[in-house]
Design a protein around this ligand. Sequence first.
Ligand SMILES: CC(C)(COP(=O)(O)OP(=O)(O)OC[C@H]1O[C@@H](n2cnc3c(N)ncnc32)[C@H](O)[C@@H]1OP(=O)(O)O)[C@@H](O)C(=O)NCCC(=O)NCCS
Length: 212
Amino acid sequence: MPEDIVVIGAGGFGRETLDVIEAINAASDEPRWNVVGVLDDAVGGIHLERLEARSYRHLGSITDNRELLDEVPHVTAIGDPKVRAAIDELVGGTLTSALIHPTAVVGSRTTIDDGVVVCAGAQLSTNLIVGANVHINPGAIIGHDTVIDEFVSINPGAVVSGEVHIERATLIGAGAVVLQGLRIGAGSRVGAAACVTKDVATGATVVGVPAR
Ligand SMILES: CC(C)(COP(=O)(O)OP(=O)(O)OC[C@H]1O[C@@H](n2cnc3c(N)ncnc32)[C@H](O)[C@@H]1OP(=O)(O)O)[C@@H](O)C(=O)NCCC(=O)NCCS
């Protein structure tokens, strides 16, 4: 029997997460997940149209569905790390596994915590520790022995080298490169296409090549 799941977030990453769930189901003999519906406080207009075009139900806001969230496992599929962390604080996490697209590659001795979403074509090397509710977007590459703390988002095509420590709720922008052995401080933001050559301070935003 497929397990029920609720997706929080009807925006771009929410619908990408639905793709991951569909791909997991398609790759299994029996569907692994049954999507009960999607929650989003602010959804409307084009996002709702795109959701309904795929026959998924918008169940309403998070506030209106607290009892459902207590009962049914949910994944918080909102790209902004800080918003995602705030929602998790509000509703708590109940998903006891990660959602990993079948085309993602996961190396040996890599551990991936609950509520993580790994999208198509991502490559995770050996001996990584990936904390709860991390998002790894399509085509991102993470090097060996890297530690990614909870609520981090690695955007599409980013390359994180080996032995890096990315602290809680950090955003690594699309196509950014992080050189080996660095510490990327909690709540920081690395701009799209940046090349990070030095540690990034807690809460800092860095852009450019080299990133400043
Ligand atoms: C770095 C980032 C977090 C800053 O966001 P922000 O605080 O809203 O910044 P703004 O858009 O107000 O831009 C501020 C300045 O930084 C510049 N800037 C923004 N992002 C930049 C980047 N990635 N590289 C170089 N410069 C950048 C802007 O041009 C602007 O410069 P100006 O003051 O001379 O006009 C954001 O721009 C970014 O790169 N986010 C990642 C985007 C991404 O990965 N998208 C894919 C989603 S799937």
